[in-house]
Structures are given as structure tokens and as C-alpha cells.
Ligand binder design. Structure first.
Ligand code: CS2
Ligand code: MG
Length: 402
């Protein structure tokens, strides 16, 4: 069996997606997601100029060797662009292997550990009341876990507050939108949000919250402490994690469970966080962390320290990543939860998929491979639109972490 072609498909059915399609000489194919929100074209060039030419003629069954070839062989290791390109190849090859053997991906990984995977949805509102109404909406849809984000009084464009309901999408303009951040106002407001939610919904539903890298370790420790009575499922990205040791300070001061990792590319980004037990959930997912081959390695390493998975599942991860992640989630022994931001109907039409939502769980389906396809004719009707993520400044104009 030999790889005959590998093509990059860019489409924008409401938002941009980059997909790699690998075909064999006898017409079998697999697809992988390579989307990097706001930097899509960098991955397209990396794939087309540097990766695709090296794939032609290779045996697609040798997934591990191709992964090592692209990772070790590149000399320039890691980083979001490289690792997304590797992820796209890897995901496409796992998909192809499943299809040619006629088995779903979860069986290739070792078989299902559970039937459905618990997901969390996103409740966003301009204020506490609106957020609470959104939480209610998700609970009525059957969700068992909901992430809650609310606008902060006096803060223009707080993280996580969407424009339409159900379809939050931060990459909103060709040049980055400027937002303003105030840590004191936020630290004052966040506990009030969870006071109101626990009062209205009790302790039955799991509640989650994302700080989106906005705090220093000390401020993060203060927030974690103030949210302890609300017993969150997790508090996410409390402080930037480049300095993994920074989490020691947070951990020493709070028992609120911590989740990190949607921007991690490899195990090396979270090695200390995991082995020092500084976090509870690792948020890396298929497209972000070099595909299933490497994500599985992170999860196995994490399992030694009882750190569980919580795959990133924002709308900038295509249905291809969602499908592959759901097979991974169905298998992985140390599963925690899966993020699920619904894609728009246009996106779902471009990427027909076997996975489905029912009563708060997502099911990967039993189709061979990861069960997600791309309708290329439809994809071609949605050309690329330049869009970037916003930036954040403090009130005095200082650049901050978005
Ligand atoms: C977020 C994302 O899903 C999350 O937890 O942090 O919405 C993130 O902002 C986007 O993936 C950025 O592209
Ligand atoms: Mg996040």
C-alpha cells in the first residue's frame, strides 16, 4: 500500500477549516484536521511545501514511523504550526487504517472503555442573569456539565461572551479586535456568578469556568480559593502555563480542580505540571498535540499521576478533530470530560459525521476510521475568509493575554 496523493482543502462554512486528505494508489483515503485559528495559511504552507512531498510513495500503515519522521526528522521540533501539520497527517493515517481494516478508531486504540462521553457546553451571557438563563437552556437540552462565562461590569469584551447564542466564535475580524481587561473587576465578579448559579441550580450539574490565561499565579490562587465553596468541575487556564512551575503557587493555595492545555503541542509542555500533580485535567486534543499518536502518549503519562483528559473542543477545531477525539475519549482509561461547542449547520453539512449527541453524552458512532468525511464540492463553495483572534489590553493600554 502506498500514498499516492495528499491534498490540503481550505474551506470557510462560517469559519475557516484546513483539512488534509491522504489517498492511496487504490483510492482509499483518510482525512485529518490542520486548523490553527487565525493562522490557517501558515499550516497550509507548512503542509504543502514541506510535508506533502515527503509522503508520496510511503506506506500509510506505518503511522508511528511517519510520525517520528515528521517530528524528529524536521530538526525544528514542536510549536503550533509544526504539530498541527503532524496532527493532520497522523489523524488521516489512523482514519485510513480504520477504513481499510473496516474498524472504528476506538477499536484500533484498544476498544471502548465507555459507551458515551460526557461533554460540557458553553453558557455565555452579558451579565449573571443572562448566563444563568443560558445554563438553564443547556440543562434542558440534557447537558450534565456546563461552562459558565459572564460579562464583567466595566470590562469591554470580557473573554467568552459571545455574539450569538449557542455558537460562540472569537475570531471575528481580519485584523484583531481590541478588548479591555480589568483583573480587579473580574476577581470581584466571578464568585458572584457562581453564587447565583449554585443558588439557582444547586450542586447537581457540573459547572466549569475558563479564565483564559488572564491572571498571575497569586491572583489565580486567590480566585481558586474564592471559588472553593462552589465546587467547580474545573477552573481552566488560570495563568499562562509557559512557566509550569508557576502552578505550584496556585496549587498550594487552593483545592479547586485545575485544567490546562488547549494550547499545548506536546508532552513537553505539561511534563512538570503532570508529574508534580499541579493540575487535574490536561486539555490537549488531537489537532493541537500532534494527532492521536502523541495525544495517546500524553494521556498514558498523565494516567500515572491520576491526571484526566479534557479535550479542547471549541468551534475552531473541525468536526474531524471532534470525531477523532470522541474515539480517543471512548477508549482512554483516564477520561475526564470532552468540550463540545456546537458547529453551525453549514459546518456540519461540509463535514458529514457519525457522532451524535444524546442526553449530555456524545457517541463516536461505529463507522470505520473516525467517522467524519468532507464534502469537497460543498467545501469549495465556502472560500477562505481572513479572520484573527482578538487581543486584550489593560485599562491603561498595556498589552495583556487575550
Ligand atoms: C477556549 C477557546 O474552548 C475554550 O476553552 O479557550 O474558545 C479558545 O479561545 C479558542 O479555541 C481560540 O481559538
Ligand atoms: Mg479555554
Amino acid at each position: 500500500m502506498k500514498i499516492a496523493s495528499a491534498r490540503v482543502i481550505v474551506t470557510c462554512p462560517g469559519r475557516n477549516f484546513v483539512t488534509l486528505k491522504i489517498e492511496t494508489e487504490d483510492g482509499a483515503y483518510g482525512i485529518g484536521d490542520a486548523t490553527l485559528n487565525g493562522r490557517e495559511k501558515a499550516v497550509v504552507a507548512y503542509l504543502e511545501d514541506h510535508v506533502v512531498p515527503t509522503l508520496i510513495g510511503r506506506d500509510p500503515r506505518r503511522i508511528e514511523d511517519i510520525w517520528q519522521y515528521l517530528y524528529r526528522g524536521a530538526y525544528w521540533r514542536r510549536g503550533p504550526v509544526t504539530m498541527r501539520a503532524i496532527a493532520a497527517v497522523d489523524t488521516a493515517l489512523w482514519d485510513l487504517k480504520g477504513k481499510t481494516l473496516g474498524v472504528p478508531l476506538y477499536d484500533l486504540l484498544g476498544g471502548k472503555s465507555r459507551e458515551g462521553v460526557m461533554v460540557y457546553g458553553h453558557a455565555n451571557g452579558d451579565d449573571i442573569e443572562q448566563t444563568a438563563d443560558e445554563v438553564q437552556r443547556y440543562l434542558e437540552l440534557g447537558y450534565r456539565a456546563v461552562r459558565a462565562q459572564s460579562g464583567v461590569p466595566g470590562v469591554k469584551g470580557a473573554y467568552g461572551v459571545g455574539r450569538g447564542q449557542m455558537f460562540y466564535e472569537p475570531a471575528d475580524a481580519a485584523l484583531p479586535t481590541e478588548t479591555v481587561w480589568s483583573t480587579p473587576q473580574y476577581l470581584d465578579h466571578a464568585p458572584k456568578l457562581f453564587d447565583a448559579l449554585r443558588e439557582r441550580f444547586g450542586f447537581g450539574p457540573h459547572l466549569l469556568h475558563d479564565v483564559h490565561h488572564r491572571l498571575t499565579p497569586l491572583e489565580a490562587a486567590q480566585l481558586g480559593k474564592s471559588l472553593e465553596p462552589h465546587r467547580l468541575f474545573w477552573l481552566e487556564d488560570v495563568t499562562p502555563a509557559e512557566n509550569q512551575e508557576g502552578f505550584r503557587l496556585v496549587r498550594q493555595h487552593t483545592t479547586t480542580p485545575l485544567a490546562v492545555g488547549e494550547i499545548f503541542n506536546t508532552l513537553w509542555d505539561c511534563k512538570d505540571l503532570i508529574q508534580e500533580q499541579l493540575i487535574d485535567y490536561v486539555r490537549a486534543t488531537v489537532v493541537g498535540a500532534g494527532g492521536l499518536t502523541h495525544l495517546r502518549r500524553i494521556a498514558d503519562f498523565a494516567s500515572v499521576w491520576q491526571v484526566r483528559t479534557g479535550c479542547h473542543g471549541a468551534t475552531d477545531l473541525s468536526p474531524v478533530t471532534m470525531g477523532a477525539a470522541l474515539h480517543f475519549d471512548a477508549w482512554v482509561p483516564n477520561f475526564g470530560i470532552q468540550e463540545y461547542m456546537r458547529h453551525t449547520p453549514e459546518t456540519d453539512a461540509v463535514f458529514p459525521h457519525a457522532y451524535r449527541f444524546e442526553a449530555g453524552l456524545l457517541y463516536p458512532g461505529d463507522a470505520p476510521g473516525h467517522g467524519v468525511d468532507i464534502d469537497e464540492a460543498l467545501a469549495a463553495r465556502f472560500p477562505y475568509e481572513p479572520k484573527q483572534l482578538p487581543v486584550a489590553r489593560l485599562e491603561d493600554g498595556t498589552m495583556w493575554n487575550w
